[in-house]
Design a protein around this ligand. Structure first.
Ligand code: SAM
Ligand code: SF4
Ligand code: FES
Length: 360
């Protein structure tokens, strides 16, 4: 029997599927959908334990900290879910100057970070020339790997950033459902997103992508297909966080994604990708501030991205309400996260945390 998206309903029981994972066999979309439907209980605990075992064997006990610098909240796009979308007139917009961003990166290196993630809305102020100046400035002043998360750009710009020293690029595909993608993205297309990911890979970046969990209209089959897509794209990094409703967007009033479904997706992402880097995201920590990151680390995650954005800007980079750490300093967040890593018996890595994958 087929479901809405043409996924065969699995004829296997959860116990049979878990045994298949244990034998190292691949699951199909139907099997993944069955496991995503598990309720609390012994089978779910088994799933989490299997994911943790694979994490241990494939990426080890180290947790990589990536320092997140949200350098501009200007955006030319209107993604339906996002609090800093162009049409949200309530946002107080800011941009950090190149020197200030480089200074923040140098501070990050002083705190022990080996990677900074430069994130922003799609902001044309940062022309290719300015981005190259920024990347070179950081590379000259600090021993840091650089990850870019600045949205879609022309291919020649991706190449220039790479040649200037950027190592990695994060660009989530947000959902593998073309219909849902089209509904949520009035000024972008699923095909362009996939093309962009292929271009980044071709240029030589370590490529990260990911999805949100619990988007309005998203089904279990969609999530199963997201997992298949992670595998197909052979991603170096996979970021997964719950969708959190922002009241000043067209999706106002829709329910948030749940921590429970996010945990299942995290565990299955570890199972299908093996050695990809997987963060315990800030969105998950926002839903579960006390133990969300710790639980994520125990069922597949091996990365955390503490917020190093200067304090005066943090409150204006509100993709969703309730975001954690708006008042805390970068030192405080670093200390807090390191403590959380240790509390689950893991160690903070001192390396760059480059991709473990060798692409064929
Ligand atoms: N503008 C760049 C882009 O879209 O790739 C980078 C910044 S964008 C804010 C980073 C990510 O935030 C998006 O890929 C999306 O998954 C996530 N995001 C945006 N709004 C969200 C919301 N309401 N809840 C959870 N995550 C959200
Ligand atoms: Fe802009 Fe990124 Fe938000 Fe979309 S998700 S509106 S591109 S900041
Ligand atoms: Fe910011 Fe815990 S990560 S205070």
């Amino acid at each position: 029997m087929f479901t809405e998206r043409g996924v065969w309903l699995s004829m296997s029981t959860p116990v049979e599927l878990l045994a298949r994972i244990e034998r190292g066999e691949d699951l199909d979309a139907a099997g993944l959908a069955t496991l995503l439907s598990l309720e609390e209980g012994a089978d779910l605990e088994r799933l989490f334990a299997l994911a943790d075992g694979i994490r241990k064997r494939s990426v080890g006990e180290e947790v990589h900290l990536r320092g997140l610098i949200e350098f501009s909240n200007h955006c030319r796009k209107n993604c339906a879910y996002c609090g800093i979308r162009l049409d949200n007139r309530k946002v107080r917009r800011y941009r950090m100057e190149i020197g200030e961003i480089v200074g923040t990166a140098v501070t990050a290196a002083g705190l022990g970070y080996r990677t900074v993630v430069l994130q922003s809305g799609e902001d044309a102020y940062y022309t290719a020339d300015r981005m190259v100046e920024l990347i070179r400035g950081i590379k000259k002043s600090a021993d840091l790997a650089i990850t870019l998360s600045i949205g879609e750009r022309p291919k020649d710009e991706y190449r220039r950033f790479f040649e200037a020293g950027a190592d990695r690029y994060l660009l989530r595909f947000e959902t593998s459902s073309r219909a849902l993608y089209a509904r949520l993205h009035p000024d972008s297309s699923y095909d362009l997103r996939m093309l962009s990911l292929a271009r980044l890979r071709e240029i030589g970046y370590q490529v990260g992508s990911g999805v949100m969990i619990g988007l309005p209209g998203q089904t279990i089959d969609d999530l199963a297909m997201d997992l298949m897509q992670f595998k197909e794209l052979d991603l170096d990094m996979v970021g997964i966080g719950p969708y959190i409703c922002h009241p000043d967007t067209p999706l106002a009033g829709s329910p948030d994604g749940t921590a429970g479904m996010t945990f299942k997706m995290l565990a299955l992402t570890r199972i299908v990708t093996g050695d990809a880097h997987i963060p315990a995201t800030t969105a998950l920590a926002t839903l579960r501030p006390d133990d969300g990151r710790e639980r994520a680390l125990r069922l597949g995650a091996n990365v955390i991205m503490p917020n190093l954005t200067p304090q005066q800007y943090r409150q204006h980079y509100l993709l969703y309400p309730g975001k954690i750490c708006l008042q805390e300093s970068s030192d405080r967040c670093t200390e807090c996260v390191s403590g959380r890593v240790q509390s689950v018996g893991r160690v903070v890595s001192r390396g760059y945390g480059h991709s473990l994958k060798l692409h064929g």
